[in-house]
Design a protein around this ligand. Structure first.
Ligand code: OAD
Length: 253
């Protein structure tokens, strides 16, 4: 996708966003693609190409081969640490500053929204920068890489793991409740860079639709939401979001 060419953003959408009291944004791996972090389903490049995410991001995979899963997340965490927020992340910071009420719900675990300056962020799938104990669930703040891989919990001796949601695990308490509540009450819902296939996050845009919101999709490709969205902006987040926010709030540079 060549982000040099501005896309056409309907004036009706610009006015809806400019006058909305409550704005909710859902993001997926696509918003971090232009920061160099592969989207979830093509994260399996190079060394990891021979695995499917479902084979690594599960408690069973971790119990079967804790070192392999720990090493994969060490690789992903390093990719996230080396990445920088892009213009799409920054546009959402501008939008948060201008919308009277704003909530950013993300499926991403890379921490880039917070690093860009977003404040009201609901992390549905956890955060790869946080580490916790597989057994006692306590967060591990100052763990060190050690000969033993994965490192051990200082409280109970259990294996440490990333504080992210794995397939088959429940989402963090209250995160989904809050996400569903705000999605059902907002006036404009932007769905950005998600394939809209992984539940329960994939239900959020449809909850917004049922609540009467103006639902907008930002994605270079079609998803199950595309035919239901009121506006579909076919392009990359780093190109579309800055244009949309600048048109809705000209002063927000
Ligand atoms: P996916 O990899 O499933 O989808 C990424 C989406 O981003 C696709 O629809 C792409 O078309 C789109 N995309 C790619 N480049 C883009 C760009 N520059 N700008 C905008 N969109 C772009 O990632 P997610 O939908 O986030 O869950 O995946 C959802 C969940 O599935 C992940 O959170 C993860 C995975 O299982 C867990 O790990 C629990």
């Amino acid at each position: 996708m060549n982000s040099a060419h501005p896309i056409t953003i309907p004036g009706k959408l610009v006015r809806r966003l400019r006058t909305a009291q409550r704005v909710v944004v859902l993001t997926g791996a696509g918003i971090s693609a232009e920061s160099g972090i592969p989207t979830f389903r093509d994260a399996m490049t190079g060394l990891w190409a021979r695995f499917r995410p479902e084979e690594l991001a599960t408690p069973e995979a971790f119990q079967r081969n804790p070192k392999l899963v720990w090493d994969w997340y060490t690789w992903r965490r390093k990719r996230a640490e080396e990445a920088e927020p892009n213009a799409g992340h920054r546009a959402l910071v501008d939008l948060e500053a201008r919308a009277p009420e704003f909530v950013l719900v993300t499926q991403n675990v890379d921490g880039l929204h917070a690093r860009a300056g977003s404040r009201r962020v609901v992390e549905l799938h956890g955060n790869i920068m946080r580490t916790k104990c597989f057994d006692c669930d306590r967060l591990a703040h100052d763990w060190q890489q050690s000969e033993e891989v994965p490192p051990r919990c200082v409280h109970c001796g259990g294996m440490l793991r990333p504080d992210v949601v794995w397939f088959g695990e429940v989402l963090p308490d209250h995160a989904m409740e809050e996400a569903m509540r705000v999605a059902g009450q907002c006036e404009v819902f932007l769905s950005v860079g998600t394939s809209t296939v992984v539940e329960p996050a994939a239900s959020l845009p449809f909850t917004a639709l049922r609540g009467g919101a103006c639902v907008v999709e930002v994605n270079p490709n079609a998803t199950p939401l595309t035919l239901c969205a009121e506006f579909v902006l076919t392009g990359s987040a780093a190109s579309v979001l800055p244009q949309l926010v600048a048109m809705a709030f000209p002063a927000a540079k």
